[in-house]
Design a protein around this ligand. Structure first.
Ligand SMILES: Nc1nc(=O)c2c([nH]1)NC[C@@H]1CN(c3ccc(C(=O)N[C@@H](CCC(=O)O)C(=O)O)cc3)C=[N+]21
Length: 283
């Protein structure tokens, strides 16, 4: 068996085209969605993602500002900037690129962002809304995964989704989002015993552990849908958590890295920013 490759990149382009039209329509109504991305420090990987976000917003005609702060920026200063952006009516979405330097408490920063501008969906109030099934900003990577599955016509109802990784950014929220879609969800993590016994039970396997090559063909059963969320640099090259070659011999569908989940993450960020702009103007 040879897996069908799901290219998030292609799908992302289709959706961005749709959003471009929506941004143009909103513009006629005087609504100009605007995203502000804040990056602290000069980590090259972070800078490269942030540039990707900038390029993507420009391409769909969306306003986007980048605030580049030095690595020694104090927590107080960052909180002050966020407060100003919260109050700025022209700003609809605020994203603070994670991880932050060690003098800054990530959680404090996330909680400082106005939940109605929290386009990452990381604020505890939005996390709570996701958990209770209320309308909210879905975190971009989990949401991108959901949309990829939907557009590939892979149903979730009653399916066994096994997730490897339990981060607040991906593992935990993707489980919640797919549970809301009536999947049966198993969460595995670094302390899970006999990981392979779990991964082999999956109809849909989502790997977000941050460990290159963690999952190989031996860890999956025939016909599994494999979603690789890994973002690892190995010898300067971007690779996922799944050994693509051996896994694609067993999987029914598989996402590559790059060109898989990553471009969908950015797409859903743009989607959330448009949603934020529409919400504010409805009030
Ligand atoms: N507050 C916050 N929100 C985030 O959403 C967030 C974050 N912090 N910190 C870092 C992670 C990582 N992340 C990626 C987004 C897109 C690609 C992406 O588009 N990758 C391309 C290739 C990019 C390349 O080659 O460098 C691809 O997979 O094809 C990757 C990684 C968002 N994150």
């Amino acid at each position: 068996m040879s897996a069908e490759v799901i290219y998030g990149k292609q799908l992302a382009e289709t959706i961005r085209q749709e959003m471009k039209e929506e941004v143009a329509q909103l513009s006629e109504q005087g609504i100009h969605p605007k995203l502000v991305v804040i990056i602290v420090g000069e980590d090259p990987a972070s800078q490269s993602y942030v540039k990707g976000k900038q390029r993507a917003s420009e391409k769909i005609g969306m306003n986007s500002d980048l605030l580049e702060l030095s690595a020694d920026t104090s927590e107080e200063k960052l909180l002050e900037i966020i407060k100003e952006l919260n109050e700025d009516k022209s700003v609809h979405g605020i994203l603070v690129q994670l991880p932050l330097p060690e003098q800054i408490d990530d959680q404090k920063v996330i909680e400082a962002i106005d939940p109605s501008k929290d386009v990452d969906g990381f604020h505890p109030s939005n996390v709570g809304r996701l958990m209770t099934g209320q309308e909210t900003f879905y975190p971009c990577t989990p949401y991108g995964i959901l949309v990829m599955l939907q557009r590939a016509d892979i149903s979730l109802e009653g399916k066994h989704v096994v997730i490897v990784g339990r981060s607040n950014l991906v593992g935990k929220p993707v489980g919640q989002l797919l549970l809301n879609e009536n999947a049966t969800v198993t969460h595995c993590h670094s302390r899970t015993k006999n990981l392979r016994e779990h991964t082999k039970q999956a109809d849909i396997l989502i790997v977000a552990a941050g460990k290159a090559g963690l999952i190989t063909g031996e860890d999956i059963s025939d016909g599994t849908v494999v979603i690789d969320v890994g973002v690892n640099r190995v010898d300067g090259k971007l690779t996922g958590d799944v050994d693509f070659e051996s896994a694609s011999e067993k999987a029914s569908h598989i996402t590559p890295v790059p060109k898989g989940v990553g471009p969908m993450t950015i797409t859903m960020l743009l989607h959330n920013t448009i949603k934020a702009a529409k919400w504010i103007h409805q009030k």
